[in-house]
Design a protein around this ligand. Structure first.
Ligand code: S6P
Ligand code: ZN
Length: 194
């Protein structure tokens, strides 16, 4: 039996539509244009945006860290609407360090998740009330394809870990760009985009 001292405390977080998680102590991280250097198709367009105030592209709110490796964690990501050149605002994207699954639950806005196992690429739309499943071994990046902010919850095992270097080096095999009032997913020639 697990000793009482080893048990984490249950809690409830209440989303207020802003960045607060109710009474839960929260850590907030912000990703600005400058943090996307090396990840976008149009680095010149990115440089202009960095010079022009280097605004936040997205932010992530999560409960302050817990020490228990076998817990589930969650994070609320908010991606502002916009483009870098033609490419729609997106997260940096990562692969989990350990073979761990994750789920994204849409809260607000219209977006999608680009997934790659480095053989195949998948694009799954993320809307309010959709649940996108990310199996172990699939790198993932969320993209805001709408004209309002995109907000979603990510739920993942605490020990999943984030490997950004692999995505930075290999890319995800596809990019999501503005197309008229909507969007288009541009896939690489050598990858199966389904
Ligand atoms: C963590 C989960 C999300 C992302 C967040 C920001 O496993 O996938 O909480 O961390 O959406 O994306 P990124 O790629 O900058 O970590
Ligand atoms: Zn993840």
């Amino acid at each position: 039996m697990v000793s009482m001292a080893a048990l984490a405390n249950p809690f409830v977080a209440i989303l207020d539509g802003g960045d607060s998680l109710g009474d839960v102590a929260t850590t907030m991280s912000v990703c600005r244009y400058s943090d996307l250097a090396g990840l976008v198709a149009d680095e010149a367009a990115l440089a202009v945006l960095v010079d022009d105030g280097d605004r936040a592209v997205y932010r992530v709110a999560k409960p302050a860290s817990s020490q228990f490796g076998d817990e589930l964690r969650f994070a609320v990501t908010t991606i502002e609407s916009g483009v870098i050149g033609e490419e729609l605002h997106m997260t940096k994207g990562h692969l989990h360090v350990l073979p761990r699954a994750e789920m994204y639950v849409g809260l607000e806005g219209l977006g999608g998740v680009l997934l790659s196992d480095f053989q195949r690429v998948r694009w799954l739309e993320l809307r309010p009330r959709s649940i996108v499943t990310i199996p172990p071994g699939w790198a993932h990046r969320a993209v805001n394809v709408g004209h309002e902010r995109l907000r979603f919850i990510a739920i993942y095992p605490q020990d999943a870990g984030t490997d950004y270097a692999t995505v930075a080096a290999r890319g995800l095999g596809a990019r999501v760009v503005r197309h008229g009032d909507g969007y288009r997913v541009l896939g690489g020639d050598d990858l199966e985009l389904t």
